[in-house]
Structures are given as C-alpha cells and as structure tokens.
Design a protein around this ligand. Structure first.
Ligand SMILES: NC(=O)c1ccc[n+]([C@@H]2O[C@H](COP(=O)([O-])OP(=O)(O)OC[C@H]3O[C@@H](n4cnc5c(N)ncnc54)[C@H](O)[C@@H]3O)[C@@H](O)[C@H]2O)c1
Length: 350
C-alpha cells in the first residue's frame, strides 16, 4: 500500500505528475492538494482504471492535513514558475526586462514561503513520509524543508530529496540525439551532480553509459554541457510567456518517485542522482565532501536508494579536468544558495 501526495497538484507540473502517479500501479492512494481546482483534477483522474483511489483537497477544512494523512511519499511542485524576460535574482523590485534568469532565487520569497508552509504541514501530519521537492530554487527549497523539519524535531536526512531528475533526463536525451539514435535515450545514464540551477548543474558526460563519439571536440562538449545546464531556458523561451518546463518535469518527477517507491518496496541496487543533505549517510557524505574539497551541507550526487531512503551517496569518481573545473565553478553558488535557504527559516517562528 503506497499513498502518494502531490502538493501543487493543479499546476502545470502537478496535473501531468498526478496523471503519471495515477498510472503507476504501485500507488494505491493518491492525495492531491492545491489552493485551486483539485476537486476537478481528482474527479477526472479517478475515472482512470488503475488501482489508486484519488482524492482532491483545497485549503478549507484542514485540506492540507487531510491530503497528507497517511502519506508515504509527498511530491512538491507547488509554486510559481518563471517567465521569459522576468528576471532579477538580486533585486525583485527593479526588474531588468531583457535579462533571463535561470531560477527564482530566494530573494523572491514566494516559492520559499509556499514550500515553508507546506513543509510545516508535512512535519505535523506525515513526518515519516519521503519528501521530493520540485519547487525551485531546489538548491534553497530543500534546505528550507530541512530547517522546518528540524524545528519540529522530525528531520531525517535520509528521507528528503531535491528532484534533479530533469537534468538527468535532458542529458540522456541530448546524448542520444548526438549519437543519432533516440531509441537509446531511455537506456543512457549520465550522472548529473552539484545542484539544480545553471552552473551548479554538472553533467559528468565522461561517465555517460553510452560514450559520446570518439573525437567529440571540446567546444562541442562545452556547448552540450551548457545546453544541459540551461535546458530550462529553451522551454521558457519556446513557451513564450506560458510557463516553464512542465511535461518533461512531470515525467522526471514521476520517474524519480517510482524509483523511491520501488526501493522502499525492497528492490535493491536502485541509484539515481538527487540533491540531498550529506548527513543522510555519514561515511559516504564525509567522503564526498573530501572529494569536492568543501564543507557543503547539501550536494547532488548519485544516491543508492533503499527502504529507509538514502542508503549511500556515491562518489563522483574519475573526473576529467574539464569536469573538475565545472564542479569547482558550482561550489560558490551552491554554498550561497544553501545558506539562503537555511537563513530563510533562521530563527523565525513557524
Ligand atoms: N525541479 C525542477 O526541475 C523544476 C522544473 C520546472 C519547474 N520547476 C518548479 O516547479 C514549480 C511549479 O511549476 P509549474 O510550472 O507547475 O507552476 P504552475 O503555476 O503551473 O503550478 C503551480 C501550482 O502550485 C499551486 N500553489 C501555489 N501556492 C500553493 C500552496 N500554498 N499550496 C499548494 N499549492 C500551491 C498553484 O495554485 C499552481 O496550481 C515552480 O517553482 C517551478 O520553478 C522545477
């Protein structure tokens, strides 16, 4: 019996994500929460002939609590997506219209506040659930959830995941395109490490399970890396004001959720990159800090999953000189993104 809950279930990501979870036969109950439209989304999904019972909740009458009651896995795509031309990481009051930003930073507190409030609800009602954070900026929203959980005394780093799977999915697809065979895309694995915004996204293309063509030029490698790091911008531009990646994100979120569900169900050897607290496994977490040469609290790396969540954090392994440069370039942004998330909760009363 697995109860999955989607918070932000009526949104661009939330609806297709809920559909994919409804299609997953391992899910037996699906709780949908949003500030709008969940009864309709739930009624629609409930007609699909798969095992799960679907219920939709709105904020009145303790809707969040009802949605979360008995949750085994909670996925959070609630928030506000970015738009083309909307920018200002540093100064939300003075937009610079021609500058496209990669992600909302925590200086824009909308998503941060939404995630904080939802984390509060999870800590109170389903503190043992596995929590998968999609809402951006993941490098900061994951620390926000952790800090809220700490305040409630229920933080278990093994159970909290920042969903970076879209970077992995993009990397696999783009490598398959270069190899001229999209049928390879589902089988290709490319570890993507670091974090989940711009330069903090570090694809380890030298470790792709299907290697790039021999003699693949350095400038092509740099272009490919840049495309993976800023793939979200392609979608934002193409949607031209209608939001950011939703369908590919829903696919990626459902894939990661399915892996967690399978691992919790006892399947062994499941490994997937995710942005986690490095205390989730002391030994491998400390080893990773040594490998990157920095005392970071969070990092995205391939994670071995098990019944309790994180089993171990895999090392980055042999990196090329170029990949080492990318990892080093990611560290300052990561550090500041994490600090911002932690500081957002700080000493505030919840
Ligand atoms: N992790 C990733 O790879 C990735 C990729 C794309 C987008 N995102 C992020 O996912 C988030 C959602 O994107 P979207 O395109 O689905 O946006 P959207 O606006 O289409 O949907 C967001 C939903 O959240 C709901 N919501 C807002 N406040 C809420 C609250 N307090 N409680 C519950 N629900 C609430 C809204 O009503 C809406 O239905 C954004 O933060 C976006 O940046 C992450």
């Amino acid at each position: 019996m697995v109860k999955a809950v989607v918070l932000g279930a009526a949104g661009g990501i939330g609806q297709p994500l809920a559909l994919l979870l409804k299609a997953n036969p391992a899910v037996t109950e699906l709780g949908l929460f949003d500030i709008v439209n969940t009864p309709g989304v739930a009624a629609d999904l409930s007609h699909i002939s798969t095992p799960s019972k679907v219920e939709g909740y709105l904020p009145p009458n303790d809707g969040l609590k009802s949605a979360l009651k008995g949750a085994d896995i909670v996925v959070i795509p609630a928030g506000v997506p970015r738009k083309p031309g909307v920018c200002i990481p540093q100064n939300p009051i003075r937009p610079q219209p021609n500058q496209l930003i990669s992600l909302f930073l925590i200086d824009d507190p909308i998503n941060a506040g939404i995630v904080r409030d939802l984390a509060n609800g999870i800590a109170e009602t389903a503190p043992k659930a596995f929590v998968l954070v999609i809402s951006n900026p993941v490098n900061s929203t994951v620390p926000i959830v952790a800090e809220v959980f700490k305040k409630h005394g229920v933080f278990d780093p093994k159970r909290l995941f920042g969903v970076t799977t879209l970077d992995v999915v993009r990397a696999s697809t783009f490598v398959a395109e270069i190899l001229g065979d999209l049928s390879l895309a589902p089988k290709i694995t490319v570890p993507v490490v670091g974090g989940h915004s711009g330069v903090t996204i570090v694809p380890l293309l030298s470790q792709s399970s299907s290697p790039l063509p021999s003699g693949f030029a350095q400038d092509s490698l740099e272009k490919l890396t840049n495309r993976i790091q800023f793939g979200g911008d392609e979608v934002v531009k193409a949607k031209d004001g209608a939001g950011s990646a939703t369908l590919s994100m829903a696919y990626a979120g459902a894939e990661f959720a399915a892996k967690v569900i399978r691992a919790v169900g006892g399947e062994k050897g499941i490994v997937a990159p995710s942005f986690v607290n490095l205390a989730a496994d002391k030994v491998s977490g400390e080893a990773l800090k040594k490998e990157i040469g920095k005392e970071l609290e969070y990092f995205s790396a391939p994670i071995e999953l098990g019944p309790e969540g994180v089993v171990s954090i895999r090392p980055l392994g042999n990196l090329t000189d170029y990949e080492k440069t990318l990892v080093n370039a990611a560290l300052p942004d990561l550090e500041s993104n994490i600090e911002k998330g932690v500081a957002f909760i700080g000493n505030a009363k919840l």
